[in-house]
Design a protein around this ligand. Sequence first.
Ligand SMILES: *Cc1c(COP(=O)(O)O)cnc(C)c1O
Length: 357
Amino acid sequence: MTFTITPHASPVSTQAREKTLEDPGFGRVFTDHMVTLRWSTDRGWHDGKVTARAPLAIDPACAVLHYAQEIFEGMKAYRTATGEIVLFRPEMNATRFARSAERLAMPILPESLFIQAVEELVRIDKHWVPSGAGSLYLRPFMFASEAFLGVRPAQEYIFCVIACPVGPYFKGGDKPLKLWVSDQYTRAAPGGTGAAKCGGNYAASLIAQAEATEHGCDQVVFLDAAEHRWIEELGGMNLFFVMNDGSIVTPPLTGTILPGITRTSVIEIARELGMTVSEAPYALEQWRADAQSGKLSEAFACGTAAVIASIGEIVSSSGSFRLNKAHESPVAKKLKEQLVGIQRGSVADSRGWVRKV
Ligand SMILES: *Cc1c(COP(=O)(O)O)cnc(C)c1O
């Protein structure tokens, strides 16, 4: 597919851009361009464009506004020490996007086209990729654009990629996270959309996130919907537990947990470093008991946006507990160092995870 490229007529000036890149925050400033691609039952994928970033015109009856047929991805472009721009395992985002589309009854975007679209945007906005610790966060997404209020999968969709330069995800930097355990709300149930990266999952999680904020916590720990007992994940990050014998546990992918690319990469790196990793159910009571007995030495959350963040305190309606040495977290630090090193080119990419743009 060839994308029609129409560069921005008046992009942000070099000076203003460089000022922005000094402290971009997270998700509040955007690059000059966007990629759009359309799909319809009649024409399939068509009308690929790279244009100035601008509002999209949609009909008030647009299906996504009523029935939430929307999916997205989150990935980053990094500038390495030698000035190259790279993507980290983009084919995994492409595959996951296809799985999400399938679950939400949306058309499948071929993986090569997904990667091509992302690369088109990174190429035209390459000056927006920060050097140093920042990165360019890429947000591919797709929504039902057909103007129709009947309930069935839409027959028209828009796929779009936008990008924003980002610094650290959490304002507190490396400060250990304080988590709120939601006992009232769940994120995903068996047979539901928990394993799909869709906006609807986030919409359903926001009330619990607001509750966490009220309790002075950073993020929510969601438990399983059936027993309210098993740890699943945070609203947008997967969880790992490190025992004092060096073994690592992470909840298994049973369909209610989002299969994180950071999660998979952490498992692979840890195993290569000789650690034992098991994907096994872990209960909230066990977490509390292991933290109190000292059997648990670390816990951390991981995802593309925040990479790896250690956990220092867990608050729930049935009391709170702490992980006293969270600020040390040597295993989380080691894994983060390896992962970030591969992304930035300072650790050898022996598995071919990095793709040069
Ligand atoms: C995106 C996401 C993650 C993390 O996935 P990565 O591929 O590692 O960024 C974890 N949980 C949820 C619910 C997510 O949406």
